[in-house]
Design a binder for this molecule. Structure first.
Ligand code: PEP
Ligand code: MN
Length: 264
């Protein structure tokens, strides 16, 4: 398989327009769950950058459990995140939910994110694969390692070797946390595949004050980076406020994360 370590023994470094993922240094992605306004995403970019992030995250097309919940600002949001990222010299990652939106989103975003709910949307995987763009591939909510590797294979089979695995927790019997963050996926994916893997502790636990611990653990486990949700005012966030870090907590977490990175 194209995704396997056997096929390609060396680590693949994904080059996001100059920002390298999987080159041995840690890549930090941070930003809000949803893009809410130009002002909000600019403030998130400022905070993210101050903590050392080089990639700005933010959803414009949101896969919400309820059809009545905020669904995202769509193209207007994409314009805002691109503007904010450019102002702070950052790259953009945002989710693609629908094949029909790929070309439009690709105009604004440097990385296309495949959400957990679409890990096995095979037509979507093939279509994003065809773009040749870096793809952030979240692990499915109940995705096994083997299914996740096969999802990456769908992208690689299109000739796209710019896959970034994102461990974001899986559904288990435990309900005290939003998901169960499977940190063993980090060394296991590194053993089985040459593609980089980053950790999303925010969706992994769903509770903001547990996020820094799991971020540190992710780096210690050997992750190539982190993707974390931040918000200038988490209580009033339009989505995922309970797991979003405010500026102070994010900055403290990044200090700790950098200490662990240096010790590795
Ligand atoms: C997100 O990144 O905001 C998101 C919806 O994540 P996931 O697909 O992992 O649930
Ligand atoms: Mn979210």
């Amino acid at each position: 398989k194209l995704t396997s370590r056997e096929f390609h023994p060396e680590n693949t470094v994904v080059d996001v327009d100059g920002v390298k993922i999987g080159d041995g240094s840690m890549t930090m992605m941070a930003g809000p769950c949803s893009i809410e306004s130009l002002e909000q995403i600019r403030e998130c970019a400022r905070i993210a950058k101050a903590g050392g992030a080089t990639i700005l995250r933010g959803g414009a097309f949101k896969p919400r459990t309820s059809p009545y919940a905020f669904q995202g600002l769509e193209e207007e949001g994409l314009k805002y995140i691109r503007q904010a990222a450019d102002e702070f010299d950052m790259k953009v990652i945002t989710e693609v939910m629908d094949e029909a939106h790929i070309d439009m989103i690709a105009e604004y975003s440097d990385i296309l994110q495949i959400g957990a709910r679409n890990m096995q949307n095979f037509k979507l995987l093939q279509a994003v694969g065809k773009t040749g763009k870096p793809i952030g591939l979240k692990r499915g909510i109940s995705g096994t390692i083997d299914e996740w590797l096969n999802a990456a294979e769908y992208i690689a089979a299109q000739g796209n070797f710019n896959v970034i695995f994102i461990e974001r927790g899986i559904r288990t019997y435990e309900t005290a946390t939003r998901n169960t963050l499977d940190l063993s996926a980090v060394p296991l994916i590194k053993k089985l595949s040459h593609f980089p893997i980053i950790v999303d502790p925010s969706h992994g636990v769903g509770i903001w004050d547990l996020v820094p611990s799991m971020a540190r653990a992710g780096v210690a486990a050997g992750a190539d980076g982190l993707i974390v949700e931040i918000h200038p005012d988490p209580i009033n966030a339009w989505s995922d406020g309970p797991q979003s870090l405010n500026e102070k907590t994010y900055m403290r977490m990044m200090k700790e994360v950098h200490i662990i990175e240096k010790a590795m």
